[in-house]
Write a protein that binds this ligand. Structure first.
Ligand code: SF4
Length: 856
């Protein structure tokens, strides 16, 4: 079948779903290039439309073919009757950056002035030039067209030529009542379609609203753009696919960029901070305002600068356009394009000896209080070359460690391509395959084959399918007191600090080694007292919302929800001797609090122990052929440097917090659980048993996820030793292959087998719920991170709690009472037994042969 027949058939197939065809592949682009060289060109209009609008820009393989073809036309090496050399330059200029940049810069010195002129005009609007900036500077000394480019960048014409955000925006409301989490917008079960934005957008809100796509189509007939309106919007994960789907339905096309849209308006009573940032990055306008007077179908007028929303001429809500740079961000096409362009303008002005520009709104910076800094404020300060930062400050922080997982990896890859980047500047970028390795679809297999090369060829580190959960690995690569990010909302380092972001921000951080941050306030959680027998770290995790609720700082109800942690940094102290593996349980769960980030104050000893172990792991990874070896070696070197003089930042005694919550561990005398289906809905075991509406019989138990470590599985094994088959269906999934092999070696898999457990390969498994799932409507006890509706199984009711309580539930088939639990815990898991159970993987203490076996 010819390209044209093939692509038309594909277009018709996709049209049946109401979506456009996929962009052309590199091979299809080569075929298209050949057709465009025929004389005469058959079906000229159709082929030109394919060439102009259906090839992804940046450093996509197809973009390489397109740019080379156009370069050939400009240089007179390729003859094309439907694209002349000046038009070829113009088309090159629509490709955003990457493979088009060199041909455009070459064209500045073409013998044909019309070509030079066109190249100059196109480069003036091109921001993704990276090191090619120096080529323009060098040419500008002798070439007037290059000089014009430099002057235009310095004047910020790329920005001033774009329309200012309208003073009044008329919109039709599409309201999603209550809370929308990112799983509603981009279901985990459809994760494999995320990089195909139009296809993935078809499942937006599918399990939450009745016929959302039909309703949206019908609302569009009113002739106005739609606004996404909700009480609480974007809770949960950092997935950019959520905003991608909103923008696909409510945004505007981007010329010459297929299957992606920008713009759009999101209005939320509360907009979750990561979602807010992702919206900003993507060119949407997020507004936090009272939405109680807005209903689906209402036509409203939004006045961004006056900060009001009107319906039928009456003001129904007021808001503040914040941050103060938001209007500039929307004008530039997003926060990220604004940062890149602003930096380009500054660089050009510096080169030309010009002073500071006055074109862009300066980020508002708070007054210095003169007080001390919190631990997080010192860590962020360190990443900015400052002693500390203040809440409300805007900074661009050095981002040393960046994580990417598989269900967002394809989007991050596409964003890296759109940034036109061929290498990473962040010190370490790591890719995992934990969400899709157990039961991969053909598209996952393709990703498993291709993504490692993409990551490693840019200097990143790639894990392999089956290696295990991203965070358990990435944490082992982190440096103390440094800053990072990741496109998984649980990227929350136990040492240092991490601000998870959408895939666009993560790609930006990976490519540039920096990330934009509006420094949030901090909430201090201070543990005091003594940990009681039978109480686990997971109970302390759940004690944080439990105590916050008692203090009136958190509510479960979504309407008018209170959450003292939302958008703030959760800083935890009072447990300095925790192993770093344990500290991650605390930091990981800060995602469920909707916190922007988390710090855990630890003593040096556990950090020294952890890094000494991790160096051995990384060295073994290099021996096993993991790449990029240079990046791993560089990270080992930095760990060794830290170990030579191990010091950790400490908060100042007079540091200021938005709230201080003290939790007396002596007062926690029984397990605390999160009830179905809300991680904030926490109760003690006795409270749950007294509550008639809570189910007590447990159908399925899941022990796994990044919230677990090897000690949890030994504890499960000890509870089951000699007990035979579990009374509830038991799922066991260790976080990494090293944990799995060690547990096998220690005989625990034999116990799990006797218990009739379903054991999966290391990875996310039921925690993500995108592959295997629990039975419909099952009552589940899980050690995983979150229990949003339908995440783990359709209609499932999921309790979240410790592995120890999970073990007892699996044994009995129901929630135990406090005495039953304490009796089993004391008999199997406490006293001298605990020392043997709660040992962590110290790779530096292993025999060489065992280390090789575990990391193999
Ligand atoms: S185990 Fe769960 S929370 Fe952790 S990375 Fe996987 S899906 Fe995310």
């Amino acid at each position: 079948m010819s390209l044209v027949e093939q692509y038309r058939a594909h277009t018709e197939e996709r049209a049946k779903l109401g979506i456009p065809p996929l962009p052309l592949t590199a091979e299809q682009t080569r075929s298209l290039n050949a057709l465009l060289q025929q004389n005469p060109v058959q079906e000229k209009e159709y082929l030109l439309e394919l060439f102009l609008e259906h090839i992804s820009p940046g450093v996509d393989d197809a973009a390489l073919e397109k740019a080379a073809f156009l370069d050939g036309i400009v240089k007179g090496e390729i003859s094309c009757s439907v694209i002349d050399s000046v038009e070829a330059v113009r088309i090159l200029g629509t490709m955003l950056g990457g493979y088009n940049v060199k041909p455009l810069i070459d064209a500045l010195s073409n013998s044909n002035p019309a070509i030079c002129e066109a190249a100059s005009e196109m480069l003036k609007k091109t921001l993704l030039v990276y090191d090619a900036f120096d080529d323009v500077v060098s040419q500008s000394k002798t070439n007037k067209y290059a000089r014009e480019v430099l002057e235009s960048w310095a004047a910020g014409e790329w920005f001033s030529s774009r329309p200012v955000i309208s003073e009044k925006i008329t919109l039709t409301v599409y309201k999603v009542p209550g809370e929308t989490n990112t799983d509603d917008l981009s279901p985990a079960s459809e994760a494999f379609t995320r990089s195909d934005i139009p296809l993935h957008a078809l499942c937006m809100l599918g399990s939450k609203m009745t016929d959302p796509i039909g309703t949206i189509a019908q609302l569009k007939t009113k002739g106005h753009p739609l606004a996404y309106v909700g009480d609480v919007v974007g809770t949960g994960s950092s997935r950019k696919s959520g905003i991608n789907s909103v923008q696909w339905h409510m945004g505007t096309d981007i010329p010459a960029v297929p299957n992606k849209r920008t713009g759009g308006v999101v209005i939320g009573g509360i907009i979750a901070p990561i979602f807010f940032n992702t919206a900003e990055d993507s060119g949407a306008l997020p507004v936090q305002a009272d939405v109680s007077a807005m209903e689906t179908g209402d036509v409203i007028d939004l006045y961004p600068f006056d900060g009001k929303i009107e319906k039928n001429g009456e003001v129904i809500a007021r808001f503040e356009l914040t941050p103060n740079t938001l209007a500039d961000e929307v004008r530039a096409g997003g926060r990220i394009p604004l940062i890149i362009g602003r930096n380009l303008t500054r660089k050009a002005r510096k080169t030309l000896g010009l002073g500071e520009e006055s074109l862009f709104q300066r980020p508002e910076q708070p007054a210095d209080t003169g007080k001390g800094y919190t631990l997080a404020q010192k860590m962020i300060g360190k990443a900015c070359g400052l002693a500390g930062v203040r809440p409300g400050m805007y900074v661009e922080a050095e981002t040393l460690t960046v994580g990417s997982q598989d269900t967002t990896g394809a989007m991050t890859r596409d964003e890296v391509k759109e940034f036109a980047a061929l290498s990473f500047s962040a010190d370490l970028v790591m890719q995992s395959f934990c969400h899709t390795s157990a039961y991969p679809k053909p598209s996952d297999i393709t990703l498993h084959r291709n993504l490692p090369f993409f990551i490693m060829s840019r200097g990143g580190v790639s894990l392999k399918p089956g290696d295990g959960v991203i965070h358990t690995w990435l944490n082992r690569m982190v440096l103390p007191d440094t800053l990072g990010t990741g496109a998984d909302s649980h990227t929350r380092f136990p040492i240092g600090i991490s601000f998870p972001g959408g895939s666009g921000l993560v790609a930006f951080a990976g490519v540039t080694g920096t990330m934009p941050l509006n420094v949030p306030e901090s909430v201090l959680v201070r543990f005091t007292g003594k940990l009681q027998n039978g109480i686990t770290l997971r109970d302390l995790v759940n004690a944080i919302p439990w105590v916050a609720m008692k203090k009136g700082l958190l509510t479960v109800e979504k309407k008018g929800k209170k959450n003292v942690f939302a958008g703030r940094i959760l800083e935890i102290e009072g447990l300095p001797d925790l192993k770093v593996e344990q500290a991650f349980e605390l930091s990981d769960a800060s995602a469920e609090r909707s916190a922007a980030a988390c710090t855990v104050r630890l003593d040096k000893a556990p950090v020294i122990e952890y890094l000494s172990s991790n160096i051995e792991l990384l060295e073994q990874m290099i021996k096993e052929g993991y790449g990029d070896a240079d990046t791993l070696r560089r990270r080992i070197g930095k760990m060794q440097d830290w170990l030579k003089n191990p010091t950790l930042l400490e908060p100042d005694a007079d540091a200021e917090y938005a709230e201080v919550i003290e939790i007396d561990m002596s007062a926690i005398t029984e397990p605390i659980l999160a009830c179905p289906n809300d991680p904030d809905d926490v109760m003690t075991l006795s409270e749950v048993l007294r509550d008639e509406k809570r189910p007590k019989v447990i159908d399925e138990v899941f022990v796994g996820s990044c919230m677990t470590n090897i000690g949890h599985f030994r504890a499960l094994g000890e509870v089951f030793r000699g007990k035979g088959v579990a009374s509830a269906k038991l799922w066991i999934v260790p976080p990494t292959k090293m944990d799995m092999k060690k547990l096998i070696e220690e005989g625990y898999y034999a116990i799990f087998g006797a218990a009739g457990a379903r054991i999966e390969i290391p990875g996310c498994s039921l925690c993500m719920g995108n592959q295997a799932r629990v039975a419909d409507n099952a009552v589940v006890f899980s050690t995983s991170t979150r229990n949003f509706d339908n995440r783990m199984g359709t209609g499932a009711q999921v309790y979240l709690g410790s592995a120890e309580l999970a073990a007892v539930c699996a044994l009995l088939g129901h929630l135990p009472n406090k005495d039953e639990y304490m009796e089993i815990f004391s008999r199997h898991l406490s006293g001298s037994k605990a020392e043997n159970i709660y040992r962590y993987l110290n790779f530096d203490k292993l025999e060489k042969a065992e280390l090789e076996l575990l990391v193999d």
